[in-house]
Design a protein around this ligand. Sequence first.
Ligand SMILES: [Zn+2]
Length: 140
Amino acid sequence: MTNYVSASLRHLVVQRASGAYEYCLIHQTFSIYTHEVDHVIALKHGGQTSEENLVLACLPCNRHKGSDLTSIDPFTGRITPLFNPRTQVWTEHFEQERGYLTGITAVGRTTVCLLKMNEMNRLQLRQALSLQGLYPNFQH
Ligand SMILES: [Zn+2]
């Protein structure tokens, strides 16, 4: 197991995501932080450094997610898996209205909550981009 992501693998992940972070969908152009390639299933849980297990994540999403695979659904109180951008479809789990993100499934709610997707500064940035037609910025 290795944490090292080769330049070619990193390039593939960025291209595949069209430069948009795959949890909160903000485009890296509008982020003050550089993109990060995140292991959906962390190495410590047996995840691999392979294209099937890598996503483009913004720094806040990545930091809040850490190596977690699950969290508590704020609605039901049940342990719930986090959204997996590789195997699940964003629009089936989330809605956004003028930059505000809402989980529409247990997976969506749990992910919005754990990754603090509506933290004030992040929400304000998405709201500003949304007003300019720059969020969300790519189609599935
Ligand atoms: Zn993000």
